[in-house]
Design a protein around this ligand. Structure first.
Ligand SMILES: Cc1cc2nc3c(=O)[nH]c(=O)nc-3n(C[C@H](O)[C@H](O)[C@H](O)COP(=O)(O)OP(=O)(O)OC[C@H]3O[C@@H](n4cnc5c(N)ncnc54)[C@H](O)[C@@H]3O)c2cc1C
Length: 381
């Protein structure tokens, strides 16, 4: 089906992103997978190409356009080359809105130029060893000390955790407040005394992505590193989660399209019993069904992106898009791997990595069960 979401300027942008991915990323990604982390210089190269901070005003070095289609093009092209280690989606789609919407002028001047040049890599730290889905269980806390705070606690599973220079940390700042109230967003920067990184965690997929534990031992966070309003952290998080979930859905649909493309080619070339395996009716039906569902997902996703640009995309819409597209991604991954037979189980075949990389999509950004809770509550249940 025609992809009528994008206009000529997005097509031109896609061309330059594709060149960047083919030249600067694809040839190096296997090395980054072995290292468990991408080299920082690729961030700086991406900054030079204008791939970081599309919606950041030009005065800070950004693209100056708030149009999520640019974010989506970059996310899709990253998936097209299987470069799942790049944390650009997190930086652009998830962190940028926090700095743009909540940052003071002084904070924007301090952080946004580096954010756009790729010299300042960002992360957001909500999850803790004993609290992921349930933010009410967070124990990382900060107590007032003069003008600033003293932060203590630990976080886990933090994407860009090793490379990050700036981490938005969710901490309890009002110990008396109940549940998820009394949280604030404190920005911790590389080099602050008492801020330590733990292990770069070993994962089954996203091998080139650094996902780390972070520790805060009486870290002195100055007053000017509070992002947004004190004790309003939960509201700030909830307001920005739809874009995070849309970003995950974009990656999910792009992954379905890529896995189908790889598998169609394989099913046409691999023969058994004297014919290409795609010509057996069972396999032809499997591929026909997956192609149909992926097409439905693409059409739906494009409408989600359109609504998000029009500011009519709700928390419930985002939860629907996130669970449905990532469930489909895992279904496509499994069926496509099966169609590869034993070769699908070999890491040298891209479908095996796509299968492993798909799994986490149903878990992070809020698990798919939590997404259904949100949708259900939206139905008044
Ligand atoms: C690779 C990776 C990258 C990540 N990156 C980040 C990051 O950058 N920043 C960050 O803060 N976090 C990050 N996370 C953490 C991620 O968001 C959490 O793992 C996720 O929210 C789930 O939390 P949990 O692991 O504690 O699982 P739990 O909350 O313990 O859930 C365990 C199971 O119980 C289910 N469950 C929990 N509550 C309910 C309920 N009410 N109803 C039904 N089922 C329920 C869940 O769906 C899940 O199946 C990342 C995780 C991974 C794996």
């Amino acid at each position: 089906m025609e992809r009528n979401l994008y206009e000529s300027e997005h097509a031109a942008f896609r061309g330059s992103v594709r060149t960047f991915m083919d030249r600067q990323v694809a040839p190096r990604h296997a090395d980054w997978e072995k290292a468990g982390i991408v080299d920082r210089d690729v961030w700086v190269e991406a900054g030079k190409q204008g791939l970081l901070g599309f919606d950041v005003p030009e005065e800070y070095g950004g693209g100056g356009t708030r149009d999520f289609r640019y974010n989506a093009v970059l996310d899709e092209e990253i998936i097209r080359v299987g470069a799942t280690g790049l944390g650009f989606g997190l930086h652009n789609d998830i962190i940028a809105p926090y700095l743009l919407d909540l940052g003071t002028d002084e904070q924007k001047q301090r952080w946004l130029p580096g954010f756009c040049s790729g010299e300042l890599i960002s992360a957001i730290a909500m999850s803790e060893p004993a609290a992921g889905s349930d933010l009410q269980g967070l124990t990382t806390h900060a107590r007032r000390d003069g003008e600033g705070w003293v932060l203590s606690g630990s976080k886990t599973f933090i994407s860009n955790g090793i490379n990050a220079d700036l981490v938005i940390v969710v901490a309890k700042t009002d110990p008396e407040a109940e549940g998820a109230r009394g949280l604030s967003l404190l920005v911790v920067e590389r080099g602050m005394a008492g801020f330590e990184r733990g292990r770069n965690l070993e994962k089954i997929g996203l091998k080139a992505q650094d996902t780390a534990e972070l520790f805060f031992d009486e870290v002195r966070v100055p007053a000017h590193n509070l992002l947004g309003e004190e004790n309003r952290g939960f509201v700030h998080l909830m307001e920005r989660l739809p874009q995070e979930r849309l970003s995950i859905a974009v990656a999910a649909v792009a992954a379905c399209e890529r896995m189908l493309e790889i598998t169609l080619e394989y099913a046409k070339g691999r023969t058994a019993f004297g014919r290409p395996i795609g010509r057996f009716q069972h396999n032809r039906f499997v591929l026909a069904e997956l192609a149909t569902e992926t097409n439905v997902a693409r059409t739906y996703l494009n409408e989600c992106i359109r609504q998000h640009n029009q500011r009519t995309f709700t928390v419930s819409d985002a939860a629907m898009a996130k669970w449905w597209t990532t469930d489909l991604q895992n279904k496509v991954a499994d069926a496509c791997l099966q169609l590869h037979g034993g070769y699908g189980y070999m890491t040298e075949y891209p479908i095996s990595r796509a299968w492993l990389d798909s799994r986490v999509q149903a878990i992070y950004g809020g698990t798919n069960e939590i997404m259904k809770e949100i949708v259900g509550r939206g139905l008044g249940l």
